[in-house]
Design a protein around this ligand. Structure first.
Ligand code: THU
Length: 130
């Protein structure tokens, strides 16, 4: 994975709003338009209303004109190889394929790469609704 995606995730983590969990997370998506879209987790005092770094990054991608996810990097300040939560796996899968690489990072770079299909096997994805 090119270093720019890692650096975008790490820089995004620095912009998190995580005063309740104090668990900063950053995510960066390389999209089909060649651009990188990044995001951080954003928490809310009504705790269930907060959302994850991956979700912020997806929002930026869609609003920026990206349509498909080519690869993702995720970093957490206090945890190596932080994996996306269940809800974010489903959201990422909406724009990714089973072979899309998800790079799990530490403070120095990528330490493990998994695929979307490994993270979300048997994904809910039916043609009936399309
Ligand atoms: N979080 C993310 O942003 N992404 C993940 O992949 C896991 C969890 C956030 C949500 C919450 O703000 C904090 O981490 C603690 O759960």
């Amino acid at each position: 994975m090119a270093r720019d995606l890692y650096e975008a995730a790490r820089d995004a983590m620095g912009k998190c709003h995580a005063p309740y969990s104090k668990f900063p997370v950053g995510a960066a998506i390389r999209a089909d338009d060649g651009r990188i879209y990044a995001g951080a987790n954003i928490e809310v005092i009504a705790y269930p209303e907060g959302w994850c770094a991956e979700t912020t990054a997806i929002s930026h991608m869609v609003m920026g004109g990206g349509r498909r996810i080519e690869e993702v990097a995720v970093i957490a300040e206090k945890m190596d190889a932080c994996t996306p939560c269940g809800g974010c796996r489903q959201r990422l899968a909406e724009f990714a394929g089973p072979d899309t690489p998800i790079h799990l990072c530490d403070q120095n770079g990528v330490i493990k790469t998994v695929t979307m299909g490994e993270l979300l096997p048997y994904a809910f994805d039916t043609e009936v609704l399309k």
